[in-house]
Every structure is written in C-alpha cells, then in structure tokens.
Design a protein around this ligand. Structure first.
Ligand code: GLC
Length: 502
C-alpha cells in the first residue's frame, strides 16, 4: 500500500501551528484541535517537525532524547491521542528522525563532555585534538552550515568536537555501532506508536570521510554525501519494511542527479525531498527545467519525484516570487504533477515572510553568522487562525514570534468563507487532485506554449495545466476550465496565473 505516491503531505512546524495552553508556543494538543481543518483542507498526511525533548537551540533539531516529547509540546499520551485522532480523520502521521547529530544536552554528550579523550563516551561523537601550537586551531577547515567553524573546543580540554550545524548540535560518529543501535531503537519506538513514516533530516549527512580531510584539498564537499550514508538508509528501510504502509522520506540536499538517484534506490528512501522548485525563479523556462530535472533525477529508480514550494528553512513563496498571485499559480502547477507534494503550513493562506525586528530573531543562524544572516524565523511566524491581534487564535498568550497585525486579512476563518481566497484555491485544487479522473499518469507531456508560458498534461490524461509567467495575457489552451489560480477574462490566461483545463 504505497499511499504516498500521489499524496499531499502537510508539513506542520509544531511550534507555530496552534498553542493549546497559552505559553505562546504551538503544541501537539493544538494540532489535535485542528485536525478538522486539515481534513477540510484535503491533505492526506501530516509531517511534524521535531517535538522531542530539546534545549531548542535549533528549535528541536537539537534532540536531547529522540524517544520522548518535550514538555513544551505535550507528552507521549498526547502524542498517542494525536495519532489515533489523525487516523480517525483519515490523516497519516510522519515524524522527523534527526540522525546526523544530537543536542549538547543529550545524555551521551553530557557524558562525553566530562569523560577523557579516547574514552568510549567520546567515541560516539567526533572529538579531535586541535592543530597548531597548544591545539588552538580547529582540527580541520570545515565550516558549519550555519556559519563559522564546524568545530568547538570544550573549556579546559585538549579536544574539539565536530558540529556541521550549531555548536549545540554535535555530530554523531556513524562508525560507532552504538549509534546505529540507538537509531534502530528510535525507529521501532515510533513505529510501535503507530506512525506512518519518517522524514529523515539531513539524509545526506551522517557518514564522514575517513581522516576528516580539509575541505580545501577535496574536489567535492567532504562534509556530505558519502557512500556510508546509504548503509544507514538501508538499515532504517529494513526496519520500516516490517511495517507495511510506512514511508521513508529523506531531506536529500544533493544536486547531482546520479548522486540523488542513489538515495531512492529500492532498498533506501521511498521519497527524496528535492529543492529544484524551491530554488527556481518565477519564469516558465526555469520552472519547466526544474520539473524535467526532478523527473530525470529519479528516472533510473522506481521512485517518483516529490514537489515542494515551501518549507521551514526557506523564504516563503509569496515573498520569494513577488506576490500571492505568483505563489498561487505555482501551487496549481505543483498540484497538477504526479508524485508526492509537500505543503508547508501557512502556504495555503498565502502568507508572506515577515521582516522581524532584530530582538525577535531566534534562529541560531542569526547569532552564528555574526548578524549577517537573518536566518529562517521569517517563514516560521505562527499561523493566524481567527479573531483579533495579537494571538489570532494561535495562542491566548504572547506568540513566540510576533504575528503582524496586517495578518488580520490572512485569517483562516475568513479565507474559508471567501471563495476567491488562496485557501479556497488550495481546497478546490486538492479536491480535484483527489477526485477528478484526469489525475492519472506518472509522467508529463509538454505542449508548445507562447513565450514565458508553459503547458503540460499528465501522460495519458486529458488534464492540462498552463502557466503564464510573462507580462501579457495569452489565449487559453483548448478545454473546459476546471480551476484557475486567479480571475480569467475573455478566453485569456493573464500574467502570473495558472489554469487547469480538461
Ligand atoms: C535540516 C532542517 C533544518 C535544521 C537542520 C539541522 O536542514 O530542515 O531546519 O536546522 O537540518 O538539523
């Protein structure tokens, strides 16, 4: 039962979705209260960002215990209730696995910190002596993804430890069998609680090149995409295969098609998340290239492409592409495609990124870059549900990131009532994708289209999707209009608009 092959998965940034207890931070009970909304929206599954115990240096991607729930988000009983209720609403639940690193507050790292160099406690991580006089220099020249060196030295200690992300996220050493055994335990723990799948964070991480060579002397980025990582995916897949109907999704930030295809071989991930549409400009040629590339990347495998316009790490589409009309048009393109589609909470409301004041910023990228990179908080501002400022039904307290007062015109409650809203376009699109017979075929066929436009249909089907990224209206392709992302006039497809025809 490969339910994910055409599924629409809704990514919930738990912290920002709904707060049930007034502390200003979203929680699992809050998600439970919104299952009716998600069913109405018409998605098939939820993918929850990490809710595990964490000091929240990277908002939960620094995991202190992968087999529990942080009290700020609830507890295991609430999690179990969420799984049961979600299933009753016909929604699957996917949870995150974060195998590349832990938190400095994980019991393993706490033990490593107080143990001696060379001790078994340190061998679960990458501890190395520094270079230069007195070991003052990091062991190699690697940079952290968040800025600055990828190494931190413990106080009064000869050794440094490796962290590809923030210093609060020490990388695990995947040559250590204990690290494998622990992930196996975590996977089984959540499967036994009834989850329907996992999103593997940094799925191209984990394995490191022998001897940790300087990046300066390497042809490729030595930090990521090593052969050994595929063994980790095979191990998890072998467990998951004992639980039919469970999906393994991976965040595969690897641009080379051949390298990408290796992650979705039949015994590894079912679905690889791609970044091609997320990074694509709003231009018909570029969009077509991104779609074709995504198909090519999985062509040698039995996997299918996946699509996303937004996630919790990227500037929201409305801001990135310069307007809600464009984001809506791209949503229709994406939802017409065969394969798994990932939506990110708030995308369906046409939310833009928020320019937050310096003092509100919380992403470690802000501090680690020395204030040159404002980080990802702008796309993580809580969802405006209903009512009036400042909580907008997200919280009865003070939201962890301020919700702009102007979002009074973005409310879920109002958009549900307004047939012309972005939310209504998403609802209608999801309904058609689920019920219309035109959504068959595993490939796309391209039609000739005027300049700055594209048109395709799903192979073997009559459903046509056309997009106009230019500045002048063009004639609509033949067919009956099923749905358009914006108003149509006089048989023309206006700029910044997409349409479905049958
Ligand atoms: C992934 C997550 C990102 C997180 C990072 C480190 O890229 O999407 O949010 O900061 O991993 O875990």
């Amino acid at each position: 039962m490969q339910w994910w092959r055409e599924a629409v998965v809704y990514r919930v940034y738990v912290r920002s979705f709904t707060d049930s207890d007034g502390d200003g931070i979203g929680d699992l009970e809050g998600i439970r209260a919104r299952l009716g909304y998600l069913e109405l929206l018409g998605v098939d599954a939820l993918s929850l960002a990490p809710f595990y115990p964490s000091p929240m240096a990277d908002h939960g991607y620094d995991v202190a215990d992968p087999r529990d729930v942080d009290p700020v988000y609830g507890d295991l009983a609430v999690f179990d209730a969420l799984v049961t209720d979600a299933h009753e609403h016909g929604l699957k639940i996917i949870v995150d696995l974060v195998p590349n690193h832990t938190s400095v507050e994980h019991e393993w790292f706490r033990a490593a910190r107080t143990s001696k160099p060379g001790s078994p406690e340190r061998e679960r991580f990458h501890f190395r002596p520094g270079r230069g006089p007195g070991g003052q220099e990091p062991p190699n020249d690697w940079q952290s993804v968040f800025g600055g060196p990828a190494w931190t030295r413990l106080p009064d200690d000869p050794e440094w430890y490796l962290h590809l992300f923030s210093p609060a996220q020490p990388d695990l050493d995947w040559t250590n069998p204990e690290v494998w055994a622990d992930l196996d335990k975590t996977v089984r723990f959540w499967l036994d609680r009834g989850v329907d799948g996992f999103r593997v964070d940094v799925a191209h991480g984990m394995s490191k090149p022998e001897g940790l060579p300087d990046a300066g002397g390497c042809r490729d980025d030595p930090r990521f995409d090593h052969e050994g990582v595929h063994d980790v995916h095979r191990m998890v897949r072998a467990v998951v295969d004992h639980f039919p109907g469970t999906v393994l999704v991976g965040q595969v930030d690897v641009r080379d098609d051949d390298a990408f295809a290796r992650y979705v071989r039949p015994d590894e991930l079912h679905v690889g998340l791609t970044y091609r549409l997320l990074e694509c400009p709003f231009a018909a040629d570029a969009v077509r290239d991104a779609i074709e590339d995504s198909f090519e990347a999985v062509a040698p495998t039995r996997s299918r492409p996946s699509w996303a316009l937004a996630d919790h790490d990227t500037v929201r589409p409305v801001t990135r592409w310069g307007g809600e009309a464009r984001a809506r048009a791209m949503a229709l393109v994406t939802l017409a495609l065969p394969g798994t589609v990932f939506l990110y909470n708030g995308e369906e409301l046409g939310l833009p990124d928020v320019e937050l004041p310096d003092e509100a910023l919380q992403d470690p990228r802000w501090t680690q870059s020395g204030g040159t990179d404002r980080g990802r908080d702008g796309c993580r501002v809580p969802i405006p549900w209903e009512g009036t400022a400042p909580g907008f039904g997200f919280t009865s307290g003070e939201p962890w990131l301020p919700i702009p007062a102007q979002w009074a015109d973005r409310l879920v409650a109002d958009q549900l009532e307004d047939t012309a809203s972005t939310l209504s376009v998403y609802r209608r699109a999801l309904e058609l994708r689920r019920c219309h017979p035109g959504f068959t075929g595993t490939d796309v066929e391209w039609f000739g289209a005027p300049q700055d436009c594209l048109a395709f249909r799903r192979s073997g089907s009559t459903l046509v999707c056309a997009l106009n990224t230019g500045t002048v209206a063009v004639p609509l392709p033949p067919g009956d209009v099923l749905l358009s992302s914006g108003p149509l006039r006089g048989g023309l497809l206006p700029p910044d608009t997409a349409v479905w025809l049958a």
